[in-house]
Ligand binder design. Structure first.
Ligand code: ADP
Ligand code: ASP
Ligand code: MG
Length: 408
């Protein structure tokens, strides 16, 4: 008997009709003799609705209360889905994150899963029940409810699959797999049958929202067979595999697997600072101490004993980062601090880049031909990222997709 963990995202459980449809779908798997654990998200739009209510109530809602509020969205869908399954004559039982419990650290709004106690799930499965678990949430050692960050239900599902050594973790969503880029921006994008964990990890960390990055990290670390597929259409979707499996297969290896992009970017610049050892640390240190993640960094060539320093952060962190940077600027006697929250990042991703040269120059030529100015560049073995103005995002992605023949 196969044990499968299935996750249904917000659009798939967006109203009661859809929840009933999902229950019917799950019932078929049960009738086929599979053991099913289901992880669900809140109904689409619900997490945003709750967030905006909080922002009307308070300027800076406490992160503890915020997490308590946001987890209610998933509590609604687990109970409704369990009822729908019971109505079809199947035994089902719902659990919130803290009932399982899913133990996390205490960083509210971006907690990390530390341990999953799988006893309750296993015992309910043995009693032939469908176990329905709330995604996106856990509980800290202090007993506070925590959330795993936006898109966190993916991570709940993969972590449970790892804890149960499930045969497969299936992420059901509103597209039928992972595409060469977001099909909403490039309608000609192609679905991939397979993608390696490393490529998906890069895509997710570079802004591809189809899977939360932590879910891919978990899947890669514990070798969880992870599949992305449509909740409404039939098909095999996209399977994540290891690079080794990919190499051993007869599959054709594309140089570029996909184009990722992120609108959640902002740039900060500190100009005219002393060009001496320790400066980077004095600028970046206080920003990291405030739990703000820094992405790309450029330090210009110094001249006249001074230099400029530029880095990017998440758009939501720009005000906090600017405040800290202005304090550092005062201390260092900097000439100026500037910010720009109208930038985006576009990245080409592919393990084939390891053994191919000339990708960067091709990429820059496409951008040049389309009058797109590159503000920053970053590379690793399997990706090239550029920062450009947000107005040119769609054009850049569409032109690159065509130029690298991802539509073929
Ligand atoms: P869910 O609510 O099911 O978690 P998400 O909205 O988080 O769904 O993820 C699905 C969406 O991801 C799709 O609707 C699609 O627009 C977007 N997306 C972005 N990049 C890609 C990609 N490379 N392949 C497929 N979908 C992508
Ligand atoms: N409901 C949460 C969100 O909207 C978690 C998830 O959907 O995965 O981000
Ligand atoms: Mg999602």
């Amino acid at each position: 008997m196969a044990l499968i963990v299935q996750k249904y995202g917000g659009t798939s459980v967006g109203n009661v009709e859809k929840i009933k449809n999902i229950a019917n779908k799950i019932a078929k798997f049960i009738d086929d003799g599979q053991q099913i654990v289901v992880v669900v998200s809140a109904m689409s739009g619900e997490t945003n609705r709750l967030t905006s209510m909080a922002s009307i109530i308070a300027k800076q809602p406490s992160s503890r209360e915020m997490d308590t509020l946001l987890t209610t969205g998933e509590q609604v869908t687990i109970s409704l889905l369990s009822m729908a399954l019971q109505d079809l004559g199947h035994e089902a039982i719902s659990y919130t994150g803290w009932q399982i419990p899913i133990a996390t650290n205490n960083i509210h709004s971006k907690a990390r899963i530390e341990e999953i106690n799988s006893k309750k799930i296993t015992s309910q499965l043995e009693q032939e029940k469908v176990v329905v678990v709330a995604g996106f949430q856990g509980i800290s050692a202090e007993g506070n409810i925590t959330t795993l960050g936006r898109g966190g239900s993916d991570t709940t599902a993969v972590a449970i699959a790892a804890a149960l050594s499930a045969d497969e973790c299936q992420i059901y969503t509103d597209v039928d797999g992972v595409y060469t880029t977001d099909p909403r921006v490039v309608p000609e994008a192609k679905r991939l049958d397979f993608i390696t964990y490393d490529e998906m990890l890069e895509m997710a960390s570079l802004g591809t929202k189809i899977l939360q990055i932590r879910s891919v990290e978990f899947a890669s670390k514990y070798q969880v067979p992870l599949r992305v597929l449509s909740s409404t259409q039939d098909g095999d979707g996209t399977l994540l595999i290891s690079e080794q499996d990919f190499k051993e297969s007869t599959m054709e290896k594309p140089i570029i697997s996909g184009i990722a992009f992120s609108r959640d970017e902002a740039k900060l610049m500190i100009l005219g600072i002393p060009d001496e050892p320790g400066i980077a640390f004095q600028i970046i240190g206080p920003i990291s101490d405030a739990n703000i993640e820094i992405d790309m960094i450029i330090q210009n060539q110094g001249h006249d004993g001074t230099t400029d320093f530029t880095f990017t952060v998440s758009r939501s962190d720009i005000h906090k980062a600017e405040e800290i940077l202005r304090a550092s600027a005062k201390k260092l006697g900097a000439r100026k601090v500037q910010t720009d929250d109208s930038i985006v990042k576009v990245s080409l991703v592919g393990i084939g880049m390891k053994s191919h040269s000339g990708i960067a120059s091709n990429m820059f030529k496409v951008l040049a031909d389309n009058q797109i100015n590159i503000q920053m560049i970053g590379t690793t073995e399997i990706k090239i990222s550029i920062v450009i103005n947000e107005e040119q995002l769609d054009t850049a992605v569409q032109k690159l997709h065509k130029a690298f023949e991802l539509d073929k």
